[in-house]
Design a protein around this ligand. Structure first.
Ligand SMILES: Nc1ncnc2c1ncn2[C@@H]1O[C@H](COP(=O)(O)OP(=O)(O)OP(=O)(O)O)[C@@H](O)[C@H]1O
Ligand SMILES: [Mg+2]
Length: 325
């Protein structure tokens, strides 16, 4: 999981080369539709903003959330798109939103964009990677649940034995399973700044005690159910991040749910406390960038085709393992 999410990415459109805006590669046929979208360009609807991964359009009553094939590593959006990534994230989120719908309501309205995009070519650009969703007022915190200790949680623990103010047992190793899942909220940093881990009390100050309690309870519930299920599919959900919105005063889940971008998925067979298992998704990218000594500052270099292919395969494997097809 990307734990530090600068908001600067929303403005990278101007930095992206124009040629990337067109689908680069189209190889239809076979099981997988292999089109690639670095950036969507719809004339039918006003663009509200571009996130690091999603382009958000205003469809009147609703929003169109278009998942592109952009990938960020070390908090930098890479210039090379990962074919299928946006489709995979969309399909996996839909799978989880549906699976959890009795536990918690979500923002999904439909995947049919035809009422909002009349032009067939424009529709083809975004179909399969777009969710029509309810417009919610996003909460100003993100909620993370950790079942295992890794990433910033591991760093914080090494410093003083706590994560987000929660005291943990002594002697934990990196990647260890926690005695029980913990709720570790973070700020939603303004553009250009990094999210920060905060205590429950700080979260309660930001959103109010009642909402803070509700999101804690729901986040833990969803994590536990998802982690139990994922185990049966050979995947450990180390941790995951939720985003919440208010709709008519009621809490709903928004954005994406339990994807390799919002979670750390580990292959169960490769888990061993004391070291970091290879992450399910971006490992080939991270390995490559480390191997060429990337300084983790924009602009990032292009990725070689083999790294791109391996990355698509890992995202796809996460989807297939979890969803079953
Ligand atoms: N139903 C919704 N209503 C209002 N805003 C939403 C809804 N669903 C998602 N969003 C917002 O749309 C944006 C999606 O963009 P994207 O997934 O690229 O994220 P980001 O903000 O750049 O980074 P990250 O997800 O890593 O924090 C987020 O800012 C999210 O809060
Ligand atoms: Mg997001």
């Amino acid at each position: 999981m990307q734990r530090s999410r600068g908001r600067e990415a929303r403005e990278f459109t101007s930095r992206a080369d124009a040629h990337r805006s067109a689908p680069r590669e189209r190889a239809h046929g076979g099981k997988h539709q292999m089109d690639t979208l670095f950036e969507s360009h719809l004339k039918s609807l006003p663009l509200l903003f571009r996130g690091k991964v999603r382009d958000i359009y205003d469809a009147g009553q609703y929003l169109l959330l278009v998942a592109s094939d952009r990938l960020s590593a070390f908090d930098v959006v890479l210039p090379t798109p990962i074919p299928e990534k946006g489709r995979i994230l969309t399909e996996l989120s839909l799978f989880w939103f549906d699976r959890m719908k009795d536990v918690v309501p979500n923002h999904v309205v439909s995947t049919d964009v035809s009422p909002y995009i009349r032009d067939a070519a424009e529709r083809a650009q975004v179909e399969g990677r777009t969710v029509v969703c309810r417009k919610a007022e996003p909460l100003k915190i993100e909620t993370i649940v950790r079942g295992y200790i890794a990433g910033t949680g591991w760093k914080d623990y090494q410093r003083d034995g706590t994560i987000c103010g929660i005291k943990l047992p002594a002697g934990l190793r990196e990647s260890d399973k926690l005695p029980e899942p913990i709720f570790t909220p973070s700020t939603k940093a303004p553009r250009g700044q990094h999210d920060e881990n905060i205590t429950f009390e700080q979260a309660a100050k930001i959103v109010g005690p009642s909402l803070a309690q509700q999101v804690r309870e729901l986040s833990l519930k969803v994590y536990v159910l998802a982690a139990q299920y994922a185990e049966t599919r050979g995947i450990i959900i180390c941790d995951t991040k939720f985003e919440w919105g208010l709709l008519d005063g009621k809490l709903i889940l928004i954005d994406e749910l339990l994807t390799p971008d919002s979670s750390r998925f580990w292959p169960r067979d490769n888990w061993q406390p004391g070291r970091t298992p290879p992450s399910f998704d971006k490992q080939p990218v991270r390995d490559y960038l480390e191997s060429i000594g990337f300084n983790k500052k924009p602009p990032a270099p292009e990725l070689p085709p083999q790294v791109v292919r391996q990355t698509t395969e890992r995202y796809r494997e996460a989807l297939v393992r979890l969803r079953g097809h």
